[in-house]
Design a protein around this ligand. Structure first.
Ligand code: AMP
Length: 408
């Protein structure tokens, strides 16, 4: 888990601001769900046999004996919220930006607290909505300045076909069971689709020799997928059909996808998404969504030299005070200027003039006001322009006028 401080935090502020602006363009509202949820919110939706639920959740009991979990992903909480709305969930379009928690082995690009920016679009199955969701995601990556992303896409078929697809897969994998890795031998019984994306080369060779998943699906499922791919091609988004892509979460059906960036190396997944049907209330909620890992986005932006580390507005004015009366007078004036929107600062510890001027430089101040007890008695101030080095005596009202003009 990391602290995010300046100047890196300016990058975060920028990408979050750009994301909010783009989401507004597509008609999305923000949703902020709690970080803690009842554990069943995740186990029921993500699936008991997934890596997240089996190994990665931070789960504990509260004082009332309820099992709570720190959210490992965003979809389950949003769906829990929407299920509570019932009919009113309608065709909600929501986005979220925030921290997620997974107890994984830390490595480059993998953290225990990381941040995701994601969306959920409530909609019955529709190739148009799936394509729109993917287009929005790629639009956002472009907006952030990240070119060269690779969109890998596949389908898991309609929800009601999952049993039949699993049976077909099982029939083909059983003869090779002994040659699969130990994890995949277990997956055959527990979560057979995950055999497809196993990283082990021997499992990969067995899977590659099998027909693609689409062979086991209905003509409707295949037509749905073809339509999504055709729409994406028409938008110029060049989807790469990837038959072994299934994604790790149980709630997906139909379209699933991942976006990778070559600059990321081994952990090249920037983002994932898919269509889902999740039963949390009376009826299953159908929708499509994506989640992007912001640490990875920033790593990729860094690797392609596209980071925008805009500094937050630097301080316009710094007050230097020599003597107790000057300190009080500066303190009052500083607050008066801040009330009028001027960014200013001062040292309150009564340090030497030299130390205070150093602080003004560190704050990158454009002007410095110097005030000693003499100036207080004469009701004037010394104004120094730090750019030109010019200095002049000025009364308080003129100073305020000048500074407000400079602020623009
Ligand atoms: P997932 O919810 O597993 O599909 O993850 C979506 C995206 O979140 C991934 O593509 C990564 O970019 C990011 N992500 C997932 N887990 C982590 C992690 N432990 N640390 C950093 N980023 C992560």
């Amino acid at each position: 888990m990391s602290d995010i401080d300046a100047p890196e935090v300016f990058v975060w502020q920028n990408i979050e601001e750009q994301a909010r602006a783009l989401f507004a363009l597509y008609g999305f509202n923000e949703i902020r769900t709690p970080i803690l949820e009842r554990t069943q919110v995740f186990t029921r939706s993500i699936g008991d046999d997934t890596d997240i639920v089996q190994k990665e959740m931070y789960t504990f009991e509260d004082r009332g004996g309820r099992s709570l979990t720190m959210r490992p992903e965003g979809t389950a909480g949003v769906v829990r919220y929407l299920a509570g709305k019932g009919q009113d969930a309608g065709d909600a379009r929501l986005f979220y930006i925030g921290p997620m928690f997974r107890s994984e082995r830390p490595q480059a690009g993998r953290k225990r607290q990381f941040h995701q920016c994601g969306v959920e679009m409530v909609s019955p199955p529709s190739p148009l909505v799936d394509a729109e969701c993917i287009a929005l995601q790629l639009h956002l990556l472009k907006e952030w300045g990240l070119d060269g992303c690779v969109l890998k896409i596949n389908t898991r078929g309609e929800a009601h076909e999952s049993r039949q697809i699993a049976d077909e897969l099982c029939a083909r994998l059983m003869p090779n069971r002994e040659d699969l890795c130990a994890d995949c031998q277990r997956r055959i019984d527990e979560n057979i689709l995950r055999v497809l994306d196993c990283k082990n080369p021997e499992c990969g060779a067995i899977v590659d020799a099998m027909p693609p998943l689409t062979e086991f699906m209905s003509a409707d499922s295949r037509a749905y997928f073809d339509k999504v791919v055709a729409l994406l091609n028409e938008l110029g988004l060049r989807p790469k059909i990837t038959p072994r892509l299934v994604r790790g979460l149980d709630y997906y059906n139909n379209t699933v996808w991942e976006i990778a960036h070559p600059a990321l190396g081994a952990q090249d997944a920037l983002a994932g998404g898919g269509r889902y049907s999740i039963q949390m209330g009376k009826k299953p909620l159908e929708g499509v969504g994506f989640a992007m890992g912001l640490e990875r986005v920033i790593m990729a932006l860094n690797a392609v030299d596209a980071l925008v580390e805009t500094l937050s507005e630097s301080v316009l004015l710094w007050f230097v005070s020599m003597g107790a009366k000057a300190l009080d007078a500066n303190f009052i004036l500083e607050q008066e200027l801040r009330n009028r929107g001027v960014a200013c600062g001062m040292d309150m510890t009564g340090r030497s003039m030299k130390a205070q001027m150093r602080a003004a430089n560190r704050a990158n101040a454009r002007f410095v006001v110097i005030c000693g007890d003499d100036e207080v008695a004469k009701r004037v101030l010394l104004l120094k322009d730090m750019g030109s080095g010019e200095q002049c005596e000025i009364d308080k009202e003129t100073l305020i006028e000048r500074i407000l003009q400079e602020k623009g």
